[in-house]
Ligand binder design. Structure first.
Ligand code: MTE
Length: 402
């Protein structure tokens, strides 16, 4: 099966540059290289956007490729409306597919390759799952020193009700061979001479009953920018694994070796010095997989002015493939105090929490941290990495009380 390599990608789009190739082999100085390889996130707050199926008022990180962030007030409901759900694309275009002519192939390490259309997909058992979906770069803008890529705030995450079929059922119907160790999803994005959008997951995650091929989001067919007609849903895992507009599923004996696996979405396992400018993503970093525990404020937002007296702070918490055990808030550096869980989540659906505080006049610093059911607590500082993934430090907002 043809795999594409030799390309380097910026988090805002494809760039095939000599400098990028040098970075890939670890031969270039990082500061200069990051400037050349990654486009800075373009910040704009457009009123009229004209993106299909998208509410006006989304924060535009970039227009081409389309990258849109959910404003924090739209994260205050348990289910994020699909027109307010963040959009993350890599390539300048997106797939506009006809459900009746769309087809998906399943090939590779299988005894019986498959070609499925919409009608065949509907023959598998329908399942539903409420799950959050988050981009690896969510909260990237909070890293210090800055990491390369779009400077997302907290809104590259949302929680939706999905419906579809189990990937497991599809794979098992192809009689996979004993060499079936990874499963790659290939997207239908128009990609010209650039490599296609492909991301793989290990077979254990592919066969997990909660890993789905979904065709509905919040009770409606998937919106076009979210992968109509069928996308992967790999709950708890890095957003990039949730491939949209599925064209093919490749069952493989090894991890996919294209640039979205070997150059992007890779992270260091141990702390690294941000001043270290020479690195080799393919060799020294590992593919991102399960998200660490995270939480943040949805109210108030930073810089808000509140009336003196009792007030309710609130937000969301979520944790990879496990549940949330506790959410705690600290006011002005004081002791951590337990917040109330107001909407219980699951391993895959996010939790909502609230905390009652009484704030006197002046400036206040509020912090929140969550702990998952395996006892892992959000750290004070996130693990710095050059591409700015998996930011999960305590969330801190400052407010004025008058
Ligand atoms: N699938 C395709 N085909 N093309 C893409 O660019 N982006 C991925 C993933 N699936 C992408 C894709 C990334 S990085 C993320 S975070 C999620 O889609 C975002 O899903 P959403 O845009 O539906 O919120």
């Amino acid at each position: 099966m043809a795999q594409t390599s030799g390309f380097e990608l910026g988090t805002e789009g494809l760039r095939l540059t000599r400098r990028a190739l040098l970075v890939r082999t670890g031969a270039a100085a990082g500061a200069a290289a990051l400037g050349g390889v990654f486009a800075e996130g373009r910040r704009a707050f457009a009123q009229e956007q004209g993106f299909p199926g998208v509410a006006s008022g989304m924060r535009v990180i970039s227009r081409s490729p389309i990258n849109l962030e959910t404003p924090i007030p739209q994260l205050r409901t348990w289910i994020t409306p699909d027109d307010w759900f963040f959009v993350r694309l890599h390539l300048p275009g997106y797939a506009q597919l006809n459900r009746d002519t769309w087809q998906m192939t399943v090939d590779g390490e299988v005894g019986q390759p498959l070609r499925l259309g919409w009608a065949e997909v509907q023959r598998f058992q329908r399942v539903e799952l409420t799950a959050w979906l988050q981009c690896a770069g969510n909260r990237r803008g909070h890293f210090e020193p800055k990491a390369a890529g779009g400077q997302w705030d907290r809104g590259a995450v949302g929680n939706a009700r999905w419906a579809g079929i189990r990937l497991r059922d599809v794979i098992l119907s192809t009689a996979p061979t004993l060499k079936a160790h990874h499963v790659a999803f290939e997207g239908n994005d128009p990609h010209g001479d650039a490599p296609p959008y492909v991301r793989s997951v290990p077979i254990e995650k592919a066969l997990d009953p909660n890993t789905l091929l979904v065709f509905e989001m919040n009770g409606q067919p998937l919106p076009v920018l979210h992968g109509f007609p069928v996308r992967a849903l790999v709950p708890g895992w890095v957003g990039s694994a949730n491939v949209k507009w599925i064209r093919s599923i490749h069952v493989l004996d090894q991890e996919w070796t294209g640039p979205y696996m070997k150059d992007l979405y890779r992270i260091n396992l141990v702390p690294m010095n941000p001043a270290n400018k020479t690195f080799n993503f393919a060799q020294d970093f590992v593919a991102t997989t399960v998200f660490p525990v995270n939480s943040f404020f949805t109210s108030p937002t930073t810089g808000a002015t509140l009336p003196a007296g009792p007030t309710v702070l609130s937000g969301v918490a979520y944790a990879g493939e496990t549940t949330i055990a506790a959410v705690e808030v600290s006011v002005d550096g004081g002791a951590w105090q337990p917040a109330r869980i107001t909407t219980p989540g699951t391993a895959y659906a996010w939790y909502q929490w609230a905390f009652s505080a009484t704030l006197a006049r002046g400036s206040h610093t509020l912090a929140v941290r969550a702990t998952d059911s395996r006892g892992r607590t959000q750290p004070r500082e996130a693990l710095w990495n050059p591409q700015g993934y998996f930011y999960n430090a305590w969330d801190v907002v400052t407010v004025q009380v008058s």
